[in-house]
Ligand binder design. Structure first.
Ligand SMILES: C[S@@+](CC[C@H](N)C(=O)[O-])C[C@H]1O[C@@H](n2cnc3c(N)ncnc32)[C@H](O)[C@@H]1O
Length: 317
């Protein structure tokens, strides 16, 4: 399949015809039952095609070529892909989508699904971005527990979605966190949080992060502030200002943790074109640039074990 893009020896630049051929071949293989291998190859080839086409032609491929191809409709049998494209909350990676990534097929038990749809769903569930999102939630749970173990008791989760990291945060279940504030602009997501975790004392706040920029930081300071699955949608200038506003809410010794997908995400082309899930990707260096380092902060950036998500950790000295 690689030969579809690298059509001539040493040829780097691809054309939209190359992209069309990739989609044709993938569809044929999937209809022949070769679903998992064809999916894996498609993801790999689209990663390549994205940079071989260049920004402009890739845009045409994503907006016009891929959606018009019959493979696009075929992949729509996967509830994860279908939900991403439908964007019921106005953007692709909402909290419901993340529940599919966290819980797998049990999250879509109430949806009609063909055999092909189920196999495609499994491919997506096992793919690098899904593993990275689950690993990211694990890091958040551990950060909450570490905060409690260090004597910190006030946590602010920004753009919390369904707050699924609480599933594994032992300190919250043990009642060791004095105040846990979960902020999101989406009232429906917060209703899920109230229902699932309200008994643990979680306070939900229906608010967009833009308001955190407008208001002066309240007197209360937090020992841990974190945002996952938010910065991937924020432009550089807003992300920079928000980072400063979140840092302002840290108590001395407190930590701000911000996660972002990296451009090394091997599914970047597949997410762009087939899921219609564009993100703002950041390198570790770009993450570091989100804060103007001075002697009130120590900054650390690290990548996950999947090579998909990078965390920026800022500690107030
Ligand atoms: C991809 S989900 C991530 C949810 C959760 N943090 C996680 O990692 O599972 C993104 C969440 O960000 C919220 N969100 C997006 N833009 C926001 C904004 N401007 N202000 C507050 N919340 C926002 C959405 O409502 C959604 O719940």
């Amino acid at each position: 399949m690689e030969s579809s893009v690298a059509a001539g020896p040493g040829r780097i630049v691809a054309t939209l015809d190359d992209g069309q051929r990739v989609l044709d071949e993938t569809r044929t293989r999937m209809l022949d039952g070769d679903v998992e291998a064809a999916y894996r190859d498609l993801v790999r080839v689209l990663f390549d095609l994205r940079w071989r086409l260049g920004e402009r032609s890739w845009g045409t491929f994503v907006e016009d070529v891929a959606p018009a191809h019959p493979l696009f409709a075929l992949l729509g049998q996967d509830p994860m892909i279908r939900h991403c494209r439908a964007k019921p909350r106005g953007y692709a990676g909402d909290a419901r989508l993340l529940d599919m990534i966290y819980d797998g097929v049990s999250a879509v038990a109430d949806e009609p699904m063909s055999e092909l749809g189920r196999r495609l769903f499994d491919c997506g569930f096992r793919a690098a971005p899904s593993r990275a999102v689950r690993e990211r939630a694990g890091r958040l749970s551990r950060a909450i527990d570490a905060c409690a173990a260090g004597g910190g008791t006030r946590v602010l989760a920004v753009a919390c979605g369904h707050l699924r990291e609480l599933e594994h945060a032992i300190s919250v279940r043990e009642g060791s966190i004095e105040r846990f504030v979960a902020l999101d602009q989406d009232a429906a997501s917060l209703a899920v949080v109230d229902e699932r975790y309200g008994h643990l004392g979680i306070e939900t706040v229906p608010r967009g992060v833009r308001e955190l920029l407008r208001r002066p930081a309240p007197d209360e300071r937090f020992d841990l502030v974190y945002a996952a699955g938010l910065y991937d949608y924020l432009g550089a200038s807003f992300a920079h200002r928000l980072t400063a506003a979140l840092f302002d809410r840290l108590a001395p010794g407190g930590q701000l943790l911000v996660a972002n997908f990296m451009p090394s995400n091997p599914s970047i082309g597949h997410m762009d074109a087939m899921m219609q899930w564009p993100l703002i990707y950041r390198t570790p260096l770009e993450m570091e640039a989100l804060i103007d380092a001075d002697d009130t902060a120590t900054v650390d950036v690290c990548a996950d074990s999947v090579g998909v998500v990078t965390d920026l950790r800022i500690t107030r000295v």
